[in-house]
Structures are given as C-alpha cells and as structure tokens.
Design a protein around this ligand. Structure first.
Ligand code: ZN
Ligand code: ZN
Length: 428
C-alpha cells in the first residue's frame, strides 16, 4: 500500500479540545462532540418537522421488528388486505378506461370515437407493467462465467430460493434482484465497485441477501401490488410531467400562468399521490421485515460476521464514488505512469483505497448514515438499523464457503466486465 495513503496526524478538536486523529484524505471530525461531522440539518421548520416525522416512523417500524426478533416472517394481516383492495381499485380504473374506450369506439357517437382512441392510448400507457426481458450487454452468461454461476447456484440451493436465470455485472455500488416479464424470470445484478470493496465471504453475504428476495415474501415485489404502484406512477407522470421542475421554473421567474397551471395539475394529481402513499404505508412494515429477513439469509449463507461487515461496507458508497471521480480525472488527464494498464490500475487502486479507509472515517460515515437514516434505496431500511439488527440476532456460522481456486476462476471470469465497467466509469 502506498505510504501516502496511511499518513495520519493528531490535533485538538476545536469544539471540545479532545485529541482527534486526522487523515488528509478525509474530513477531520471529532467522535466525542461530533464537530464537523458533516450532516447539515434541513433548512426550514416544515422540512425539519417532516424529517423528524419520517425518522420517527422508521424507528417505530424497527422497534416493532426488534421487539419480535425471532419472528421476521411476513404475515398477511389487515394492512396487506387493504393494500390488495387499493391495488384492485387501481387495476379496475385501468380496466374501466379500456372498457369505456372500446364502448365509445364500437357504440359511441361518431364525434366521440376519437375520444375512444385517446382512451385506448391511455390504457396502453397505464397498463400493468411486468418488465421486459431484453438482451443486455451487462449479462454474464453461464458459459462465460461457470464458476460464478456455480457459486450463486450453491447459495440459492442452500437458502432454498430460486436460482437466477441470469447475472448482470453493473457499475453500481449496489446489487439488486428483479423478477421480470410474463415468465417472471429472475435477474441478479452485482455492482463491480461494491464487489471490489467486499471480502470473499462478504460477497457470499451480498449474493445471499439478493437471492433472499426470492423467498422473503416482500409484498411490494408481488406482481399485484408492484404493477399497481407502477400504474400510479404512470398516472402521476402523465398528469404532472414536470413535477420536479415546478420549483426550478419558479426559481427562473417564468410566467405566473405557467406556475398556476403547474400548481393546478399538482393539486389534481393529489389523489394519485395519496393512493401511492397509502399503498407504500400499508406495505411498509412487511417490506422492511422482508429486507431484514433477506439479511438473515445473508447471515445463514455467509455467517453473521460476514453479513454484518458486508452491510457496514455499504456506508462507504460516497467514499468509493469520490475515489472513482479522482481516478477518472487522473485517467482523462493521462496522469497515470507510463506502461500501466488503466483498467487493472483502476480496480487495484479502488480496492486498496477502500481497504485503507481508517476506522474514524468508517465511524463518520456510519454516524452520518444513522443521522440521516440513509438506505441503499427507498425499498431498504436505513443501513445502520440493518447493521444494528445483525448484532441482536443469534450468531450463525457460514453455510457456504468457496475455495481459493473458485475465487481465482471467478476473478478471471469477471475480467471482461472489469474492462467494460472501468471504461464506463473512467469515461475512456
Ligand atoms: Zn470535539
Ligand atoms: Zn434487499
């Protein structure tokens, strides 16, 4: 490891005078008084109130789960039944638009027939979408990566979940699990930057979590509720095509009439937003529980320790991206020493950098994440709560381990993906 990566100094904290260890690569901060932690509270009382309300709700959900840590199974209670009914209402709306349009076309007044055509177009836009199974250059086929597929299959078999139909290698600092198309085929995506940050056993934990989605009964991912949520989003996009731009337009001092129209549209789309929010709230507890259950499966596959440390690495997402931007700038300015392979240099550099992140920076990221309740995406519970629940659960040994020869084969199989993703990230 280059010496410059590990230089640290000690100095007194300007806030409480405690001695703090600083690393020039990361912001200096104080663990004792949280001086310069970096979290800015949102501006405005309304935003602060909303944030406090959202955080309190997430904590209530966690408290419910933590109170029954041995019962992570997802049940079908009253909220689920209500959500299914609301989803039915959404699907019935689409059916009604279809039926009305067909009636207008077949039996309607000639002047109204164009309205029928518009209705059919609307039905097409609002149809329940199950996702399409397209050819994708990020897919690593079974023949290209037999060792990786064999490992993933072993983890799926151990957890009693479905083997994925295909594996994608992406540039995300994340991984995902999707069920696509009418045939409900399974796609596992593994982000190479995150993969690079993980140890071998943590990679098994990551795959274990994602495959756990195949049998954790996440209600939001079931076709009935999932398609209803997507339809509501399509309704909203149709009614408020530039929802996010309204404020930008106001900032740019555009016409008052335009603003009025934007607000009217936003107001008319209120019931759609309300229905979407209600569906999310009704399935929130089950969805969070399903994610914790997937973490439990990660622990079963890879050991509790590996699942916990894998989740801890998720705090490093911003650290990883900062490094990628630096590497990208260096590569584009041709600042690499002559004769170095930019691709291998990139991955080794990123891996070494993430490995050299000092405990104080890990702690800073973890505290920031806890303060802001950040999660890998909207469907996941805040990462710090996932880490916390790991420490409260019974410890499990690893059910799946791979030989060094398997890892060497997987590393070799990922070479083309490393090349592609490095070029995408470096902008070469
Ligand atoms: Zn201090
Ligand atoms: Zn998940």
């Amino acid at each position: 490891m280059p010496e410059t990566l590990t230089t640290t100094t000690t100095r007194p904290c300007p806030g409480c005078a405690a001695q703090i260890v600083t690393d020039p690569r990361f912001p200096a901060w104080c663990p004792a008084c949280e001086w310069n932690l970096g979290a800015e509270p949102p501006r405005g009382r309304w935003r602060r109130w909303r944030r406090a309300r959202d955080h309190a709700r997430i904590e209530r959900l966690y408290a419910k789960l933590a109170a029954r840590p041995d019962d992570l199974r997802v049940g079908h209670g009253a909220p689920w039944f209500l959500a299914v009914l609301l989803a039915a209402l959404v699907h019935l709306c689409t059916l009604a638009v279809l039926a009305g349009s067909l009636w207008l076309l077949v039996d309607g007044h000639p002047f109204l027939k164009p309205l029928g055509v518009v209705g059919l177009g609307l039905t097409w836009l609002l149809r329940p979408r199950l996702g399409t199974w397209r050819a994708d250059p990020a897919v690593l086929a079974r023949e290209q990566a037999p060792a990786l597929h064999a490992l993933v299959d072993r983890i799926a078999d151990e957890l009693g979940t479905r083997r994925p139909d295909r594996i994608r290698i992406t540039r995300a600092f994340n991984a995902s699990y999707r069920v696509q198309g009418l045939r409900r085929r399974v796609e596992l995506s593994l982000g190479l930057p995150l993969w690079t940050a993980l140890t071998e056993q943590e990679r098994i934990a990551l795959i274990g979590h994602e495959l756990g989605h195949g049998s954790n009964s996440d209600q939001r991912r079931g076709p009935w509720l999932h398609t209803a949520l997507r339809t509501l989003e399509a309704w909203h996009a149709l009614m408020v095509p530039h929802a996010g731009d309204a404020f930008r337009r106001r900032a740019a001092h555009t016409g008052a009439i335009e603003d009025l129209v934007a607000w009217l549209l936003l107001w008319c789309a209120g019931p759609v937003r309300l229905l979407h929010h209600a569906l999310h709230r009704l399935t929130a507890l089950s969805s969070q529980r399903a994610e914790y259950l997937a973490d439990e499966m990660a622990a079963r596959a890879a050991s509790s320790a590996a699942a916990g440390s894998m989740l801890g690495k998720l705090f490093l997402r911003d650290t990883a991206w900062t490094r990628v931007f630096q590497q990208s700038a260096a590569a584009q300015n041709r600042m690499l020493p002559k004769g170095t392979d930019p691709v291998e240099e990139f991955w080794t550099g990123l891996g070494e950098y993430l490995e050299s992140v000092p405990p104080a920076e890990h702690e800073r990221r973890a505290r920031l994440s806890a303060r802001d309740m950040t999660a890998v995406d909207v469907s996941h519970p805040p990462t710090h709560l996932r880490v916390q629940l790991r420490t409260q659960r019974p410890q499990q040994p690893a059910a799946v381990v791979a030989d060094p020869s398997d890892w060497a084969a997987i590393h070799h199989e990922l070479a083309p993906a490393r090349h592609r993703v490095a070029h995408e990230l470096l902008g070469l």
